[in-house]
Design a protein around this ligand. Structure first.
Ligand code: ADP
Length: 208
C-alpha cells in the first residue's frame, strides 16, 4: 500500500473559492491531520475510513468534501447520523462553511436539507426531500423511513457519509443496532458505485 497523500494547505486542495472563503471565515488557517489526509482523496471519490480523536477536525473534513463535491460536480450527498444533536451540529457546520457559496441574488447554490424527527414535521420534510437537495443530512431512522416512503430518491446519490461509524455499525446484544438499518439502506437504495466515507473516533472490526 502506498503512503497516503498529505496536503498541507487548504489552497492546494483545489476547493471552490467560495468554500475556501468559508473555511477561512471560520478561523481555520492550516488543515488539521484528518483534513490534510482526507479532503483531497475524498473529493476525488475514494472510499475512506477517517479515524481520529474527537475534536481533531473530522466534521470539517467531511463537510468540506461534501460541499466541494456538490459545488464542483453537482453531486448528491447523504450524511447519516445516530442522533439529532449530531445531525444538527453538522448541519450548522455545513451552513457556515457554505456561507459564500451563493448566487448573485445571495441565494444558496448548494441546497442542504436537515431530515430529522421531532420539530421537523414529516410533510414539510417530505416536500423538501422531493426537491432533491444536494446534501441531505439526517438521522438514520428518519432517512430510512423517507426512503421506504419514496420521498428520498437515492438513485443519484454519489457519496454516503456515515458519522460516528463506531456507534452506527457496532453489533449490540439487545439487537438494537443501526447496523441492520444501514445494511438495509445499502441493499435497497444506494447504488453500488456510490462512494462511502466512514467517520469514527475509534477503530472497530465491525466495519468490515
Ligand atoms: P471532530 O469532528 O473531529 O470532533 P470538528 O471538525 O468538529 O472535529 O472540529 C472541532 C473544532 O475544531 C471545531 O471548533 C472546529 O471549528 C475546529 N477546527 C477544525 N479544523 C480546524 C483547523 N484546521 N484549524 C483550527 N480549528 C479547527
Amino acid at each position: 500500500m502506498s503512503d497516503p497523500e498529505i496536503t498541507r494547505d487548504f489552497e492546494q486542495m483545489d476547493l471552490p473559492v467560495p468554500l475556501l472563503r468559508g473555511i477561512y471565515a471560520l478561523g481555520l488557517e492550516k488543515p488539521s491531520r484528518p483534513q490534510q489526509l482526507g479532503i483531497v482523496p475524498g473529493v476525488k471519490g475514494q472510499d475512506l475510513l477517517l479515524q481520529s480523536q474527537s475534536g481533531t477536525g473530522k466534521t470539517v473534513t467531511f463537510s468540506t468534501i461534501s460541499l466541494s463535491r456538490a459545488g464542483k460536480y453537482q453531486s448528491r450527498v447523504l450524511i447519516l447520523n445516530p442522533n439529532r444533536d449530531l445531525a444538527n451540529q453538522t448541519y450548522d457546520v455545513l451552513k457556515s462553511l457554505s456561507k459564500y457559496m451563493i448566487n448573485s441574488s445571495k441565494e444558496p447554490l448548494i441546497n442542504i436539507h436537515l431530515s430529522v424527527g421531532g420539530y421537523n414535521d414529516m410533510k414539510s420534510d417530505s416536500e423538501k426531500l422531493k426537491c432533491n437537495p444536494h446534501i441531505v443530512i439526517g438521522t438514520i431512522g428518519r432517512i430510512e423511513h423517507q426512503m421506504k416512503n419514496g420521498n428520498l430518491d437515492c438513485s443519484n446519490i454519489e457519496l454516503v457519509i456515515i458519522d460516528e461509524a463506531d456507534e452506527m455499525l457496532k453489533s449490540r446484544e439487545d439487537g438494537k443496532s443501526f447496523k441492520d438499518n444501514i445494511k438495509f439502506i445499502y441493499k435497497n437504495f444506494i447504488k453500488e458505485s456510490a462512494q462511502t466515507i466512514l467517520i469514527s473516533a475509534t477503530y472497530n472490526r465491525d466495519y468490515i
